[in-house]
Design a protein around this ligand. Structure first.
Ligand SMILES: [Zn+2]
Length: 667
């Protein structure tokens, strides 16, 4: 932090110079100093507000006088009577104040003050009005004959002048407001600098040394642009459960303190890597020419009309829809049919004139790209995340922020977000120097691979269903989709949750809010949809837990075989499912859902948070015994998971078992 110190004081100093205004050229000496002080005094916000307050009161009085004077009945009755007489003196008092103010300003700013035409007109009006009013008063209260006529004429002129002043003052107020806003945001460069200035001001007033240091820390933090950067190491350090802390460190990609001097068993590691490299050679994948367009569309059509599937599609907007039952009823076409159904439901296919045959082929390839041998990151998980995302998009508070193109990007991002997931996490891919880790330089390896591979398919002629989008629509759609899938990297979890919380607390999410904020909310929605399992009704949640833990254990088995350290919670023999789930809920899922559901409101708050709490209590009370409550094990059915196909450590492309028929081997 200290190296990147932004030197806010320097910044303030620069600002002072920038905003010093014209060179008034006063001679050095007491008069010059007095003029300088007066300028500072007059430009003080409090003085400006006071002057404005006096002017507003005066304006109200003028209005009253004009109203009374314009009414001939009142005027005739009041002529020479209390109101006119009283107003004459009140007006004189105000005019004296304004004249004094004018003279002080002229003294302080010199001829620069007169450079603004409004100031000149206003000044002249004030001086003439002052003179006229003084004249009227000098004529006395009880005037007769010519004197009375003169006084009446003078009063009429004074009224016209007041009208002019009214116009001038209103103009000045408007200009002052615009200038104030401008100085607030432009003169200081950005709102951040205004905040820094305010903090600097506060720092000067605070006496306690610790408070001064705290404020300085806040200033440094704001200026270093790391406001939303969470010190994950600190978060993890706060987690008491050692295994959970180790698990988080791994998920968040926190580098261990390296022992650079330590002796690495070079030969051993070399052997191990050779072994891994050998297996990498089997990873090549290619897209063969696609299957016939018509057949795919007709097949999707047939499936979507199946009697067994219809009740599930009807419930697809519910949080508690049984995604496993939906998948089973879909004859292994759930992702194609589900995505299509939702796109139609949101009227997106016709709105963007999406090519149906190409869309169907694209979705079929996405569906086939998920490895069903993965116990967790398989196509049913993709369908689940799609359904969760759709549920969020249907909540009014989120929906009203979105354009139809956003909804399209959100749904498709959800459908493809784990495309070709190998069933192993980033740490494993990095540790084994997997092709993906090398290609994406160990950075958001899986997420980059998912979205890049999906787009590689999408842009082929047979799958590009976006051809009718305009250039701008296409650019926006693509960048949104990319941003969304990259936002599912667990590495950003704490940072994004904290940022979202701050945004929600400060300005909230209103229609028309900043575009970047909307995109950020969409990314967080996809991440929230991705880790929804513990927030689902008990039976669904348990099924997902079993599948997730099985994938962890499978990686643990591989790690063991390769001689790598077994990741926390990945050791099959330790039976730490409940401990893992409780930590996962308490540290990751609950804080995020609490914030995100605050945006969504009801019924999401009840649907998600009550299930989350109930599951947490279930684990706390029953420990691993909670798994016994599971009525149906989806893994046991062998539709996905190890029994669905031969297990290989590195199969990035679909295994033969995933291909239902020769007509769908289009990858
Ligand atoms: Zn996922």
């Amino acid at each position: 932090m200290s190296d990147a110190k932004p030197a806010p004081n320097e910044r303030q100093a620069t600002r002072r110079i920038d905003t010093a205004g014209p060179d008034y050229g006063e001679p050095a000496g007491p008069v010059g100093r007095l003029r300088a002080r007066l300028r500072v005094f007059l430009e003080n916000l409090k003085v400006e507000f006071f002057t404005m307050g006096v002017v507003i009161i005066y304006m109200l009085l003028i209005f009253t006088d004009l109203m009374l004077a314009d009414d001939p009945k009142v005027d005739s009755e009041a002529k020479g009577k209390p109101w006119t007489n009283t107003f004459k003196y009140v007006d004189m008092v105000f005019l004296s104040i304004f004249t004094a103010e004018l003279l002080i300003r002229l003294f302080a700013f010199g001829y620069f003050y007169c450079l603004a035409p409004l100031n000149t007109v206003d000044g002249m009006v004030v001086l003439i009005s002052f003179g006229l009013q003084a004249w009227v008063i000098s004529l006395g209260d009880k005037t007769i004959g010519r004197q009375a006529e003169t006084a009446s004429n003078l009063l009429s002129i004074a009224r016209v002048l007041r009208l002019v002043r009214l116009f001038v003052v209103m103009n000045k107020v408007q200009k002052a407001r615009a200038a104030y806003k401008k100085t607030k945001y432009l003169k200081t460069g950005s709102p951040v600098e205004t905040v820094l200035d305010m903090l600097g001001h506060m720092k000067g007033k605070v006496e306690d040394e610790e408070d001064v240091l705290d404020i300085q820390w806040v200033m440094d933090l704001i200026a270093s642009d790391k406001l939303y950067t969470i010190n994950i190491k600190n978060v993890v350090a706060d987690v008491k459960d050692k295994d959970m802390a180790a698990f988080l460190s791994q998920e968040m990609n926190i580098k261990k303190d390296l022992d650079l001097d330590g002796e690495m068993e070079a030969d051993e590691s070399e052997d191990m890597l050779d072994e891994v490299r050998g297996s990498l050679k089997h990873q090549q994948s290619s897209f063969a020419p696609g299957d016939p367009a018509q057949a795919a569309v007709l097949e999707a059509q047939r499936i979507s009309e199946l009697d067994a599937l219809l009740p599930h599609l009807e419930r697809i907007n519910q949080w508690d829809v049984d995604v496993f039952a939906l998948w089973e009823a879909s004859e292994n076409m759930g992702l194609v049919v589900g995505t299509h159904h939702l796109l139609e439901q949101h009227n997106l296919v016709s709105k963007f004139r999406l090519s149906k045959p190409r869309l169907t082929r694209f979705l079929t390839k996405m569906q086939e790209g998920y490895r069903n041998a993965n116990p967790y990151h398989n196509v049913v998980h993709a369908l689940d995340v799609l359904i969760n995302m759709n549920y969020f998009l249907n909540q009014e508070n989120l929906k009203r922020l979105m354009s139809p193109l956003d909804v399209l990007a959100c749904l498709l991002a959800a459908a493809v977000h784990d495309f070709r997931h190998p069933g192993f996490n980033q740490n494993f891919l990095v540790a084994t120097k997997h092709e993906y880790a090398i290609r994406y330089s160990d950075t958001s390896v899986l997420e980059s691979m998912h979205i890049a591979s999906a787009w590689a398919v999408l842009l082929t002629d047979e799958c590009n269903f976006l051809k009718r989008l305009s250039h701008d629509q296409f650019t926006e759609f693509r960048s949104t989709m990319v941003q969304l899938v990259l936002a599912t990297d667990m590495k950003f979890h704490f940072e994004h949750t904290a940022k979202f919380k701050t945004k929600l607390q400060s300005e909230g999410y209103q229609p028309g809010c900043d575009r970047e904020d909307v995109r950020f909310a969409m990314g967080l929605a996809l991440h929230t949809a991705d880790i929804a399992n513990p927030a689902k009704p008990r039976q669904l949640s348990l099924a997902w837990t079993e599948m997730c833990m099985e994938e962890f254990f499978t990686q643990g088995d591989e790690e063991k075989q390769l001689g790598l350290p077994i990741s926390p919670f990945y050791d099959r023999s330790k039976n730490s499912t409940a401990q893992c789930q409780m930590g996962f809920i308490n540290v990751l899922v609950k804080p995020l859902y609490t914030e995100f559901c605050q945006l969504l409101g009801e019924p999401a708050q009840t649907d998600c948070l009550s299930a989350l709490q109930s599951n947490l209590e279930g684990w706390e009370q029953n420990g691993n015994g909670l798994l016994k409550q599971m009525e149906v094990s989806f893994l046991d059915k062998g539709i996905v998971g190890p029994r669905a196909g031969a297990r290989s450590p590195f199969p990035p492309s679909p295994t033969p078992s995933m291909r239902k028929s020769p007509s769908k081997t289009g990858l």
